[in-house]
Structure formats: C-alpha cells, structure tokens
Write a protein that binds this ligand. Sequence first.
Ligand code: NI
Length: 176
Amino acid sequence: MTYSSDILQLGNPLIREVSVPVGHVLSSEMQDLFSQMLKTVIEQQGMGLAAPQIGVSKRVFVMASHPNKRYPYAPEMAPTIIVNPQIIATSTAKEKGWEGCLTVPSLRGFVPRHTHIDVRYQNMEGEWLEQRFEDFLARIFQHEYDHLDGKVFIDRVDSTHDLMAESEWYERVANG
Ligand code: NI
C-alpha cells in the first residue's frame, strides 16, 4: 500500500504539536483547508484525517467512516468536517479495538477507547452542534481528537504487545 507524501509521517514534529482553535470558520483560508481535507481523506480512503496530518496545526478533523476490507462493519457516513471539537462526557466503559493511521503506516494497534462520548463541535458553516457518538464512530472521534493534542494511537495502547505489523494483522486478525 502506498501513501501520498503529503500526509505527514510520525517523526515530523508537527504531528506532536498541540493545535490551536479555529477562529474564523467561514474564512476562505479555512474553507480551503476543509476542501483539501475532504479531498485527501477520500483519495486516501481514510476513516478520518486531522489537519495536523497535512501540516496545519488547527483544531479540525474529518470523520469519514465507511465499510472496507479492514472494517466491514464500519457505518457509512458522508465525510464530515469537525471544527473546534470538545469532549463533554465519556462512558466509564472502554473497549479495545484495532486502529491504524495514515501517519503511522504499516502498524496496527489494539487501542482502548470510551464506548460512547458526548461532544460539541462546529460544522463547516460555523454552527455549534452537540452529539453522542458510540462504538466505531466514538473510536474515530477519539483517534482524530488525539491528533489535535499531538497524540497518536501508539501512545494509547496498554502494552506494546498490542501493536502488530499490518502484514501480520491482515493474516492473523482480519482474515484469521
Ligand atoms: Ni490517525
């Protein structure tokens, strides 16, 4: 699998930066960023993409859940821009599930995440929305949210034994 060179890779210091809030959601600069992110997530067939992954330290990500070979049961959703997200409440319960990341290619991690979260964010029109996400969508939200704080999924595993090479993962987990 090849990844476009415009996705920053682990080791680039921008991946570890804490991003700043978006001020003017409707500015042409921000609207251009949203378009670029939507285009990139579709090209890369990602489940999500955060602005820092394309070198922009702003609190924006895309959620783009869709069923694929790795996640046949992922819910289908239109790619959605999430601006200035806040996690208001989380379930006590966590569940482990497999994650990957365009910034950390060739690796998969079995990552504990809250099973549901209540969130607040602005859409690309600048309106504030409140929403509850559960299961796989809650997982995507938490993964992408972490990018805005300079964190990646390998920071979240309980043990390095919960990391796997993607090739082994396909053999032992996806097709196991
Ligand atoms: Ni990621």
